[in-house]
Design a protein. Structure first.
Length: 291
């Protein structure tokens, strides 16, 4: 029997906090990653975003608990499984919502507005937008773009249009992979109503379009004169093969092994994908921060 403390931790989904590393993208690509004060400020922002995201996860589980009880896997979630009461979950949701927004307000007004927009977007997502095909994956993509914008506001830089574009396309790709997994594993409309607006052929076509746009956008970004000026290197194109390899590996997991249920779980558990991601970070850092 799972302890209540462990159930509370699972309710907050700390594994998904890794998504908030996107706040560091502007810092990484400026590059100002060696400025300790700015690193600490963005770290604080990532913590605030994690609290905000956890409040949304709790709200989502509260909204879906009845349907989750009928699902073979989601029935093990803390609320659906009865390990966390509805009142306790509601209290946690309110506390996290208020505290995270107050913390964001304390950091800066511009950061607060981004967090508030992210919060309201995701509340709307939980309340109904997630049931509308295409709109649901656009909401997911917008959430990642807002993370990058929030990181930019914290260090007071203008985010690159190309970075925002690549972030949005990457998030769309991952969301499409998750929807494909839902269809392949025959999740019915009771658990995700937007499924009625998708099928495997449509999603595979969307994945092909999104990936093509992502690779073209990233490749162009790495070869721009503007990129050379900002990053201090004319050789960032050397990271393109790693990005392509990572995408191909994720496609292999999605289309061949049918393991695309949770992108964050895949990143934690697939050694090849994790190694590729780490290699991209190391190569990128070596190019931008030479010894």
């Amino acid at each position: 029997m799972e302890s209540k403390q462990r159930s509370l931790v699972r309710l907050l989904r700390p594994r998904d906090w890794i998504k908030n590393l996107f706040l560091f993208a502007p810092l990484f690509f400026t590059p100002r990653l060696l400025h300790v004060s700015e690193v600490l400020l963005v770290l604080l922002g990532a913590i605030i975003f994690s609290m905000t995201a956890s409040s949304i996860y709790v709200l989502n589980d509260l909204r879906d608990c009845a349907a989750d009880r009928l699902h073979p896997i989601k029935s093990n979630r803390p609320i659906a499984g009865g390990r966390i009461t509805l009142k306790t979950a509601q209290f946690i949701f309110v506390v996290l919502s208020v505290f995270s927004l107050l913390c964001a307000f304390y950091v800066s007004m511009s950061f607060f507005w981004i967090v508030l927009i992210y919060y309201l977007l995701n509340v709307a997502y939980c309340m109904g937008l997630k049931d509308i095909a295409i709109v649901d994956i656009y909401c997911v993509s917008a959430g990642f773009i807002l993370r990058v914008v929030a990181g930019s506001r914290l260090i007071q830089v203008t985010p690159s249009v190309w970075i925002l574009m690549c972030t949005g396309l990457l998030a769309l790709f991952l969301a499409l992979g998750k929807r494909r997994d839902d269809i392949v594993h025959q999740m019915d409309e009771t658990h995700r109503k937007s499924i009625r607006g998708y099928n495997v052929v449509f999603i595979d076509t969307c994945i092909a379009i999104t990936l093509s746009a992502l690779l073209i956008a990233y490749t162009i970004y790495t070869t721009l004169n503007m990129t050379e000026m900002h990053l201090g290197t004319a050789h960032f194109y050397m990271t393109v093969p790693l990005v392509l390899f990572g995408i191909l590996r994720y496609l292999q997991l999605t289309l061949v092994e049918e393991k695309s249920g949770s992108p964050t779980t895949l990143l934690y558990t697939d050694k090849i994908l994790l190694s590729t991601t780490i290699a991209w970070v190391i190569v990128s850092a070596a190019l931008m921060y030479p010894l």
